[in-house]
Design a protein around this ligand. Structure first.
Ligand code: NAP
Length: 269
């Protein structure tokens, strides 16, 4: 990898940095001396994070408050960063949302905004940043997927499908990019202690009893993601239990995955 030096520190652009795993990822990258571009809708949270990372680690942090579901937002982000003369060495596509419930009961508007964020913006940013990275002969892309990428999930149908897309896209690009100096990594966390998990618990009223040993720590997920990304690993499932579960799932027939997803839905409903 290119080392951070006095002359030029590397820069990482991380989406969804105002909370949760994205906030922890920003902290890990700052600890390793990366300048940062932090992106989410809530400016106040981003500015507080930027102030704390600048003070704690002496890195430059550029705040961009943006709704990535709005048309053209990834292009606007790319151009804004370019105008500021920032060369992005690492792109982290972390921003994501989920909606829990029967497919037919969730509004089409919500389904489409999920697809726009979890798939559309991630694909657009990957496309925008890949070419300059390949031209420079170095780059890292970290796409945050999920263990739900490995099987269909009734009641999280569109979310799990979006994460299957992220995993598949990342794996395919990792092969296309061999020998270019650019790598793509899919990070697959399981249940992780963040706002997303709390919102899901509040919606279902049932996720709260998930045993604590199943729920991962966002800071640990971020550390796992950072290591895998910098080392250019293709797929990183965070946590020993999640690794065992996804390994097992990949060796089962698809009907069994669907059936287990159905049982999980009955338990949660
Ligand atoms: N928590 C889990 O159990 C879990 C498990 C597996 C995978 N993941 C994945 O991990 C990633 C991070 O999730 P998290 O749990 O950390 O969620 P979170 O705490 O809800 O944080 C989501 C982040 O995405 C940003 N975001 C949401 N909508 C956005 C939009 N339209 N434009 C720009 N930014 C937006 C949010 O910021 P603003 O609200 O300020 O925009 C926030 O910073 C997601 O891709 C998620 O699917 C989470």
């Amino acid at each position: 990898m290119v080392e951070n030096t006095e002359e030029r520190r590397q820069a990482a652009l991380i989406t969804g940095t105002s909370a949760g795993i994205g906030r922890e990822l920003a902290t890990v990258f700052a600890e390793h001396g990366f300048d940062l571009v932090v992106v989410a809708r809530r400016r106040h949270e981003l500015e507080a994070l930027a102030a704390s990372l600048k003070a704690g680690h002496g890195v430059e942090v550029t705040v961009i408050a943006l709704d990535l579901t709005t048309p053209g937002a990834p292009q606007t982000l790319f151009e804004t960063v370019q105008r500021q003369g920032i060369e992005v060495d690492v792109l982290v596509n972390n921003a994501g949302i989920n909606f829990h419930g029967d497919f037919k009961d969730i509004s089409l508007e919500n389904h489409l905004s999920l697809i726009q964020l979890n798939i559309g913006a991630l694909t657009a940013l990957t496309h925008l940043y890949l070419r300059p990275m390949v031209e420079r002969g170095y780059g890292r892309i970290l796409n945050v997927a999920s263990t739900s990428a490995f099987q269909p999930f009734p009641n999280l149908a569109v979310y799990a499908a979006s994460k299957a897309y992220v995993l598949s896209l990342s794996e395919a690009l990792s092969v296309e990019l061999r020998g270019t100096g650019v790598t793509v990594t899919a990070l697959c966390p399981g249940f992780t202690e963040t706002t997303m998990l709390h919102t899901a618990s509040a919606t279902t009223g049932r996720l709260a009893p998930v045993p604590s040993f199943v729920v991962g720590d966002a800071a640990q997920v971020a550390r796992d993601g950072y290591q895998a990304c910098i080392q250019g690993e293709v797929v990183q499932v965070s946590g020993r239990l999640n690794q065992l579960a996804t390994f097992w799932m990949q060796h089962q027939p698809r009907w069994l995955g669907r059936t287990l997803g159905g049982w999980l839905k009955q338990w949660v409903d």
